[in-house]
Design a protein around this ligand. Structure first.
Ligand code: ATP
Ligand code: MG
Length: 303
């Protein structure tokens, strides 16, 4: 079925990214809660139509580790993209509660399976692996979203922003594989996976912008510095080795998805009885408490 705006009842805003806003919506004909992403693009209708058509392959991206795609449409110069609503949000906002090793292993297993499915079954390279693009629900499921399927959309979004948190692999920062979309290889996603795991393990992005005087210094650290590691005090040698295999500076030295799935860190996860539902519940409560404290801090003193 094709979705259109008339069928949607708009609810609260879920978040804002560099390119648009995500809102919770209700699809009235089916009574399904969805997340709708609005991306403003100053393009002519033929280009917008091409983007909608390219997004259509997302209907085939059906797997337990992939956020479901419901459809896309455009109005004026905005593309609207409807996907599965994930009621615990993205990992960047859940990691503050702490990510114990067994939870990190389950998240990594889901991410690797999702990325491998995209590559093997659909020949899609994600291109934007980072904690904001890993979504969680209260059932304890972990799913990937926002992977690059539309060359036209990528071209229209590009240039604008590299952001202050780069998950790009060193070879991409150096520009070796940026000359066209085709040369971006799957190993660049493996780097971003490793960096995302470090962020979850440390509770913060490992190259914090405040440490560097400018973006150039920060990117130089990624390209020329030693890769970050999981903290020794909190994670086992196995966990640390898994991440180290993702964060090799040389792309060809990085593990493949098959190798990562066979790594003792993920083998152990197969028989782990980690309670993801309990962890998500705790992390959501922590996030809500932090939001209340932040709101109070901004109230004028007289209140
Ligand atoms: P960028 O613009 O660099 O991709 P981003 O991923 O944070 O950054 P968006 O993809 O626009 O930006 O998403 C904004 C926020 O909306 C996310 O950080 C996430 O918390 C929330 N969000 C996105 N998709 C969903 C979804 N399907 N269900 C629930 N929340 C979502
Ligand atoms: Mg996103």
């Amino acid at each position: 079925f094709a979705i259109n705006m008339d069928q949607l009842q708009l609810d609260e805003e879920l978040g804002k990214g560099n390119y648009g806003t995500v809102k919770k919506v209700l699809h009235k004909p089916t009574n399904v809660a969805m997340a709708m992403k609005e991306i403003r693009l100053e393009l002519e209708d033929s280009k917008l139509n091409a983007i909608i058509m390219e997004l259509d392959v997302l209907h085939r991206a059906v797997a337990p580790e992939i956020v479901e795609f419901y459809g896309a449409f455009f109005i004026e110069s905005c593309v609207y993209y409807c996907m599965e609503y994930m009621d615990a949000g993205s990992l960047d906002k859940l990691q503050a509660a702490g990510v114990p090793e067994d939870v990190l292993a389950r998240i990594a297993a889901c991410m690797v399976r999702g990325l491998k499915f995209l590559k093997d079954d659909l020949n899609i390279i994600h291109r934007d692996v980072k904690p904001t693009n890993v979504l969680v629900n209260k059932k304890g499921q972990v799913k990937l979203c926002d992977f690059g399927v539309s060359g036209e959309l990528d071209k229209s979004l590009a240039k604008t922003n590299i952001g202050c948190q780069s998950y790009m692999a060193p070879e991409r920062i150096r520009g070796e594989s940026q000359n066209n979309l085709g040369t971006y290889t799957v190993s660049s996603d493996v780097w971003s996976l490793g960096l995302s795991m470090i962020e979850m393990g440390m509770g913060k992005y490992p190259y914090p912008p405040e440490t560097y005087s400018n973006v150039f210094a920060q990117l130089t650290a990624i390209v020329h510095g030693d890769p970050p590691e999981l903290p020794e005090a909190e994670y086992s040698e196995t966990a640390r080795d898994f991440v180290a295999r993702c964060l090799k500076k040389e792309p060809s030295a990085r593990a493949t998805y098959k190798e990562l799935l066979e790594h003792p860190f993920l083998i152990k996860d197969q028989t782990s009885d980690v309670d993801m539902v309990a962890w998500v519940e705790k992390a959501v409560a922590f996030k809500q408490a932090a939001a209340i404290i932040a709101a109070q801090a901004t109230l004028p003193e007289s209140v």
